[in-house]
Design a protein around this ligand. Structure first.
Ligand SMILES: [Mg+2]
Length: 278
């Protein structure tokens, strides 16, 4: 006997994770182009979120467009963009020291924020308390070196605020992964005894608040679609959104079955999304 059917939720906006959800590497995942195209034809809004602070939003938009999902930069939210917007709104006066790459520095400056210049001739072995630093921003940084670590350490000991774009321990790569921002955050937390105050990216709710602002929707009218339970799905649940996990990435059915509270939907492909909603 078939039990009573769950009513279909009324969803006006979809927030998609990218890697493992929409594409994997340089290829769209099966069903993702068709699913997103159909949702748009139904008049639904679509937004894409990435924790990576390495590229501007234009790059992600261009990649999605190339894969068959025409996207404007305004439809992409990165952890760097969210942090820039948040700090510009709440702490615009802070002088920031960035343990990160060029894109993040440019993004923060685009938001009118002050990024302290690197002192190239400063002896990395010296103890110099940098008095012109009000906050340290840690990010995925493949140019991390001892001088940056020492400057951040000294600034944090001197009382600087402690922010980060994202907390991912490692960044998946073909053949494995490489250390991400979480590695640097852990090092600085370990040596200073302090805890990072703010993560802009997933699983922090900040990135979804930004998404809802852009969509101009309340959480119950939004669906979070992603492949990771402890970031994408947990964050969606905490924000009060409808959640759908897609099994094309990091999570399998057994992982999903263990999740409490349970997710709203489990799908094999994004092409199933249009049928789930009213
Ligand atoms: Mg993912």
């Amino acid at each position: 006997m078939i039990g009573p059917r769950k009513p279909k939720p009324h969803i006006d906006g979809f927030v998609f994770d990218l890697d493992g959800t929409v594409y994997l590497g340089d290829h769209a995942l099966p069903g993702s182009v068709a699913g997103i195209t159909q949702l748009r034809e139904m008049g639904k809004q679509t937004l894409f979120v990435s924790n990576k602070p390495l590229e501007p939003r234009e790059v992600y938009a261009a990649k999605l467009t190339r894969l068959g999902i025409p996207t404007d930069p305004e439809q992409v939210i990165t952890s760097a963009h969210v942090l820039g917007r948040y700090l510009a709104r709440t702490e615009p006066h802070l002088r920031l020291y960035v343990v990160g790459e060029a894109n993040l520095i440019a993004e923060l400056r685009r938001h009118g924020l002050t990024v302290v210049e690197e002192l190239e001739d400063q002896d990395p072995k010296q103890v110099i308390i940098p008095h012109d630093i009000d906050a340290v921003v840690v990010a995925f940084d493949r140019t991390l070196d001892y001088r940056k670590l020492n400057t951040a350490y000294q600034a944090l000991l001197g009382g600087a605020r402690f922010f980060a774009t994202n907390g991912d321990k490692m960044c998946p790569m073909p053949g494995g992964g490489i250390p991400d921002a979480g590695a640097t955050i852990a090092a600085l937390e370990h040596i200073t005894g302090r805890r990072v105050e703010l993560l802009a990216g997933k699983p922090s709710s900040l990135i979804l608040q930004e998404a809802m602002d852009l969509l101009r929707l309340t959480p119950d009218r939004c669906m979070m679609v992603g492949d990771r339970l402890e970031t994408d799905m947990r964050m969606g649940q905490q924000a009060g959104m409808i959640t759908a996990v897609v099994l094309t990435g990091a999570s399998g059915r057994e992982d999903v079955a263990r999740m409490t509270p349970p997710l709203d939907f489990v799908i094999e492909s994004l092409s199933e999304l249009p049928a789930l909603i009213a």
